[in-house]
Design a protein around this ligand. Structure first.
Ligand SMILES: Nc1ncnc2c1ncn2[C@@H]1O[C@H](COP(=O)(O)OP(=O)(O)OP(=O)(O)O)[C@@H](O)[C@H]1O
Ligand SMILES: [Mg+2]
Length: 337
């Protein structure tokens, strides 16, 4: 073995570190029914979800509205307490931390929300919005750091004195990003970070997020219903349907060779420039997503699946690894054309 082979062996045998590991995560919301005899029904927003995000990677989470993407992101950060399952951040079990321990870890794991205006305090100046976490965690040189952060997100000193309603939506989102970066996080949940912005501004903010990721070695969970954006930005992707992950793989595996009928259905609704891919994505979008309060039995997708058979109504399919790193939850995965 020469030196180069030796280094290559070392790198591949160590593998890339895992920053986030989600194991059988569940988040059920109690919904009360009835006035006199109150009855609680559990809405299973996230129901046994497992996946990993590697160091420096962008993991896209896609699925129709209500499939549980935001709840997954917030439960990973323990902004919602999980109903079950475990979350690890660099081998620290986030789900086992006390309130105080969680507060100490919080700077490392941050979230950017969809609507920049409602996620920023309207009564604070941009300076104070970004300075707030620095002060809370006893940071020195608050002023210099705020100015550096403003510059890092493409804003300048003159924005510092303004209030959120005096700047544009795109600038507000840059402020939210600067604030999230203030305490040097390693992991960011980006929950539809550009879908409330004008199309012309979306690309600028996405480019900024891409640049910051490289400069600061950030790991992203990128939540979006915009499959085009996910394809452009993510390394791997998970497809959610009614609280379950139905397919996981690299962008190439999932977008060029979608295995789950639901993934094919989702992909059929976006324009595809590649003719080879178009041949695969022939599923039409059928019906509406059922209520998560009463999810279908067996495979939750069976009510909309053109291939559904008896077993799909009765048994929930297991997650199978089709090829290395490409997972799918379907009884008939090998048989679908
Ligand atoms: N705090 C809550 N209390 C009760 N139900 C909730 C709560 N938050 C979310 N839900 C329900 O959980 C399910 C999943 O919601 P979630 O917001 O995670 O979906 P999503 O995939 O992010 O959708 P969207 O694309 O619209 O943002 C939905 O049925 C939603 O109504
Ligand atoms: Mg959401």
């Amino acid at each position: 073995m020469n030196i180069l082979q030796g280094i290559l062996w070392l790198v591949t045998s160590m593998g890339v570190g895992t920053v986030i590991r989600v194991e059988h995560l569940k988040k059920y919301f109690p919904i009360t029914h009835g006035f006199i005899r109150k009855k609680i029904i559990w809405l299973k927003a996230v129901d046994d979800v497992s996946f990993e995000i590697k160091d420096g990677e962008t993991f896209g989470l896609v699925g129709e509205s209500g499939s549980g993407k935001s709840t997954t992101g917030r439960t990973i950060l323990r902004l919602y307490e999980p109903t079950g399952g475990k979350v690890y951040f660099n081998d620290i079990e986030v789900t086992a931390l006390s309130k105080q321990e969680l507060k100490e870890l919080r700077p490392k794991m941050q979230i950017i929300y969809q609507d920049p205006y409602s996620s920023l305090n309207p009564r604070l100046t941009i300076f104070d919005i970004i300075a707030e976490p620095l002060r809370e965690y006893g940071h020195e040189n608050v002023e210099d750091t705020v100015l550096e952060l403003l510059e890092a997100v493409g804003l300048s000193e003159e924005h510092a004195k303004k209030y959120p309603d005096e700047i544009s939506g795109g600038q507000c989102q840059r402020v939210a990003i600067a604030r999230a970066l203030a305490l040097n996080p390693e992991f960011l949940v980006l929950d539809e970070p550009t879908s409330a912005l004008d199309v012309s501004v979306q690309a600028q903010v996405l480019n900024l997020l891409g640049r910051l990721q490289k400069e600061r070695n950030l790991t992203y969970l990128f939540i979006s219903h915009d499959l085009g954006v996910v394809r452009y930005l993510a390394d791997r992707v998970g497809v959610m349907y009614l609280g379950k992950l139905v397919e996981i793989g690299t962008i190439e595996q999932v977008f060029d060779n979608p295995a789950h009928p639901y993934t094919r259905m989702l992909l059929s609704s976006i324009p595809v420039p590649d003719p080879k891919a178009r041949a695969i994505r022939k599923e039409k979008v059928i019906g509406e997503i059922p209520s998560p309060l009463h999810p279908p039995s067996g495979c939750r997708f069976h009510t909309r699946c053109p291939y559904a058979r008896e077993i799909c109504r009765k048994e929930e399919p297991a997650m199978i690894e089709l090829e290395k790193g490409h997972f799918v939850r379907c009884h008939f995965v090998g048989e679908l054309q």
